[in-house]
Design a binder for this molecule. Structure first.
Ligand code: PEP
Ligand code: MG
Length: 891
């Protein structure tokens, strides 16, 4: 016979905290508390398997469950000396849901079950308090009718309000026994009228129906949505705990409350909680009465006028405090606790690891290490890496009411407010005047780089997580929301149209929440980042634990400095094309692209050389001695050229060229599919003089920087978009020749590695051959995802969300690595590459290099380092440490 029911109470229990898959979090911890000898009212937990049975068998319950529940009830009766449905000392029950993962408030609960027209009399007699009994009965009818019978909660509220008004009362606590009794009659009449059914009087019928209703609540829409948001599998199911009621509404020596063993928002080690005298749990949640602070310290801090529990019920408080200490020491984590005091006697109703802010999580973890409660490794594993974002950027004050006018993808974290501008030129002009702006565009292109620099944040209505705006904003560390399809930009009329008919003009203020992907109207108060001592200590421990290095993707001195401050151990990707948009360079770059022959190109390249060289000197100096990977020019050249007629006319004038001629040249280099066209190493093969100039700038800069800092540059030169070994051989030939001539000119030979990105499935498949030339591989997983799926990274946002909604894919593969497809190519390339060259250095520099799940995959694939945008460096450090700890624990 299957064991469906696990009992607890009287100092023993059939399960433990570790059994949460079977007993749900609540049931497992009730068992654990009972076994610890804490004052837990006796009860039983119906296991989560019954939930599966319920849904697999036409929403019915197993036959043999009944006997096991009745046996459990008998044990509870014995333990309490009460009888379920009895006419002297009636036993009342709470029937509560509890899944393996906490889903607060998502499922249903029925309290005070077992009351009917007779037991209510017995309850009143037994307690010597008829008022209490009728108050409890009306609570039961309200909850049962809502959860089991589907009666709208509001109808009861209306009756109650009407009754209070008629009696001249403001508060529920002023109601007398007779008045409550009248409310009960009206409730029952209403149920009969509306539903044609009398309120069930048989306690056993009540119990079975309540158990069924709690299982049914696993599939209610809010629970389903919560599970989708938190990746909780539907198969887990909920358990149902049936427990003897204890009463916080038994007069002035009774109370109910919730507490955290430490402050969940700051992490301070002080008991933090609230309680209500003469009340039941739902009164605290309902917010009808203002709860009082548990401790004197809390009361003083909040300016509370009503006495604390510490003052009002000193004995129960002292016991409660001791229980909190026991629980925290036992679970080795901050606890979130529910309790009731019945006529001075304390009962524990729930405990679980408490939710907390990142700041609090950090402090609690570090404090608990200092207290000797947990290890460094435990502390590292307790912080969710993405949550570090909250500490690195200004964030919106959580107390603030948000007026959301649109939402999109959370492309770059942090929050910023500013005036709306619709062009990069306006952004630059505004910055010069000291005004803060948000750049709003349909999408951005490399030409917007200055405007993005000048802006506090960037909003686009198109594009995905690897769109230009997203990648560049993350690199800069400014908040960015992309693909906000619910917002329409009417730049021609200087207008932005938000949801709900909101119309904003150029100059109006908006705020971006780049962590939530929201656009808010107006200025919103922020909290500034503070990298406190706890943060530093935890990161230090993480660094000691991890195997992989963490580098950064940085193209500017500003990025490189920020990344070093965040602990980057080198540059894993410098996208040199970003350097060609600075200041006057774009004009020279255009000259080069538009030149009709090699001589013309070389003339322009000669002007670019000193600019590149000085950039590299600065980068090398900032990274002094750390590895720096410079990638040769990658994007298709048309990205540098003007698009609209007006832009073409402007550029033609600046370059002293006929607009018609310029338009024809642009037309001549137009491609149908530039992402798969003349880009990457293909450019260096068509125009080797570009690679020559870049290589010269790199080697001359390395020589100069080494002389300046005294540390040789750990140089790595990377060739993009290689599919054939011959392509790499060709470009490496150019690099090697330039290296030799610079060495001859300077008298110093700079050591360097030449390697390639793995961005094409063919490169992954032929890795063993490519590794004959390549000294390192860096997985460019943005392109590798694009080319493996055949999904354009710039257009993915138009349908990936639909795919997710329809369950075709679980997550966006441009955000978190597709382990099965792209991941297999990575594993295969790593193995094949190392078969040829055992010391082949392996890294990742796509956006996935900052995603914790992808980082965990990289640990398993044996990569040497991950590289990500500067603000994700701490996240990657922590995620890499967690991955290394996981691997160590499993071997
Ligand atoms: C990549 O493709 O993953 C990559 C890092 O290069 P980019 O994003 O510049 O194409
Ligand atoms: Mg790429």
């Amino acid at each position: 016979m299957a064991k469906w029911v696990y009992r607890f109470g009287g100092g023993t229990a059939e399960g433990r905290a570790a059994d949460s898959a079977l007993l749900g979090g609540k049931g497992a911890n009730l068992a654990e508390m009972a076994a610890l000898g804490l004052p837990v009212p006796p009860g039983m937990t119906i296991v989560t398997d019954v939930c599966g049975w319920y849904y697999g068998n036409g929403k019915t319950l197993p036959d043999d469950l009944r006997k096991q529940v009745l046996d459990g009830l008998a044990a509870m009766e014995e333990e309490t000396g009460r009888t379920f449905g009895g006419d002297t000392r009636p036993l009342l029950l709470s029937v509560r849901s509890g899944a393996r993962a906490s889903m607060p408030g998502m499922m249903d609960t029925v309290l005070n079950l077992g009351l009917n027209d007779e037991t209510v009399q017995a309850l009143g007699h037994d307690a010597g308090d008829a008022r209490f009994a009728w108050d409890t009965y009306r609570r039961f009818i309200q909850m049962y009718a809502d959860v089991v019978m589907g009666v709208d909660h509001e109808i009861f509220e209306e009756i109650l309000e009407d009754e209070k008004a008629q009696c001249g009362h403001e508060y529920d606590t002023e109601m007398s026994a007779v008045e409550w009794q009248h409310v009960v009659s009206r409730y029952k009449e209403m149920i009969e009228e509306e539903f044609g059914e009398v309120f069930p009087q048989d306690p056993h019928e009540q119990l079975w129906k309540a158990i069924g209703a709690v299982f049914a609540s696993w599939m209610n829409p809010r629970a389903v949505t919560f599970r989708t948001l938190h990746n909780i599998p539907a198969e887990w199911g909920t358990a149902v705990s049936v427990q003897a009621m204890v009463f916080g509404n038994l007069g002035s020596t009774s109370a109910t409350g919730v507490a955290f063993t430490r402050n969940p928002s700051t992490g301070e080690k002080s008991l933090y909680g609230e309680f209500l005298v003469n009340a039941q749990g739902e009164d605290v949640v309902a917010g009808i009465r203002t709860p009082q602070s548990i401790t004197e310290e809390g009361r003083i801090a909040t300016g509370g006028e009503k006495p604390s529990m510490e003052k009002l019920m000193p004995e129960a408080f002292a016991e409660f405090k001791a229980v909190c200490t026991t629980l925290e020491a036992h679970f080795r984590d901050m606890q979130d606790i529910e309790f009731t005091v019945e006529r001075g006697k304390l009962f524990m109703l729930q405990t679980r690891n408490g939710k907390r802010t990142t700041r609090a999580a950090m402090k609690i973890a570090v404090d608990m290490v200092d207290e000797g409660v947990i290890t460094h490794e435990d502390a590292i594993c307790r912080i969710e890496p993405p949550s570090l974002d909250q500490l690195l950027h200004p964030t919106i004050d959580p107390k603030v009411q948000r007026r959301v006018i649109g939402s999109g993808l959370p492309a770059s974290p942090g929050a910023a407010s500013g005036e709306i501008v619709f062009s990069s030129e306006e952004a630059i002009a505004a910055e010069a005047e000291g005004r803060k702006v948000i750049l709003v565009r349909t999408e951005t292109s490399p030409e917007d780089i200055h405007g993005m620099h000048a802006a506090e944040g960037v909003l686009t209505t198109r594009g995905g997580m690897t769109s230009h705006a997203a990648v560049v904003a993350r690199g800069m560390g400014i908040p960015c929301v992309v693909g906000a399809g619910s917002i329409r930009v009417d730049a021609r009329n200087d207008k932005l149209l938000g949801v709900g008919g909101v119309v904003l003009k150029r100059g109006d203020i908006i705020t971006l929440d780049g962590s939530a992907g929201q656009v808010l109207a107006g200025v919103v108060p922020m909290i500034q980042p503070e990298l406190s001592g706890d943060f530093g200590r935890l990161m230090e421990w993480a660094d000691k634990c991890r195997r992989m290095d963490v580098r950064t993707n940085a193209d500017t001195p500003q990025d490189a400095r920020a990344a070093r401050a965040f602990g980057a151990e080198g540059i894993g990707l410098c996208r040199t094309e970003h350097m060609f948009f600075e200041g006057e360079r774009i004009h020279v770059m255009r000259e080069m692209i538009l030149a009709e022959d090699e001589a013309g190109r070389r003339a322009a390249l000669d002007k670019l050389l000193p600019m590149q060289r000085s950039d590299f000197i600065e980068l090398f100096s900032i990274m002094s001695g750390l590895p720096v990977t410079i990638r040769l020019l990658d994007p298709p050249l048309h990205e540098f050229l003007p698009k609209t007629e007006a832009e073409i006319a402007d550029v033609a004038e600046a370059m002293g060229m006929e607009p018609g001629f310029l338009a024809r040249r642009i037309d001549a280099i137009h491609e149908f599919n530039p992402m798969m066209g003349h880009r990457g190493c293909r450019l260096a093969i068509s125009y080797p003089e570009i690679a020559e100039m870049q290589a010269r700038a790199i080697f001359e800069a390395a020589d100069a920087a080494a002389a300046e800092t005294g540390a040789p540059v750990a140089l790595e030169i990377m060739v993009p978009l290689v599919g054939l070994r011959a392509e790499l051989d060709y470009v490496k030939g150019v690099i090697d020749r330039v290296a030799a001539s610079v060495a001859e000119e300077t008298g110093n030979a700079t050591a360097y590695l030449a390697g390639t990105m793995i961005e094409l499935p063919r490169a992954a498949l032929r890795a063993h051959v490519i590794a004959e030339t390549a000294e390192f591989f860096s997985f460019g997983t943005n392109d590798l995802t694009q080319t493996t799926f055949g999904i354009s990274r710039d257009d993915a946002a138009t349908f990936i969300p639909t795919y997710q909604r329809k369950g075709i894919i679980e997550h966006d593969p441009f955000v978190s690595l597709d382990f099965e497809g792209v991941g297999e190519l990575i594993q295969l390339a790593a193995e094949r590459g190392r078969r040829t060259r055992s010391d082949l250095k392996l890294g990742i520099c796509g956006e996935h290099g900052g995603d914790p799940a992808s980082i965990s995959f990289c640990e398993d694939a044996g990569l040497d380092y991950v590289s990500c945008s500067p603000f994700r460096v701490p996240i990657a450090r922590l995620a890499a440490a967690q991955a290394a700890i996981r691997v160590r624990a499993s071997t």
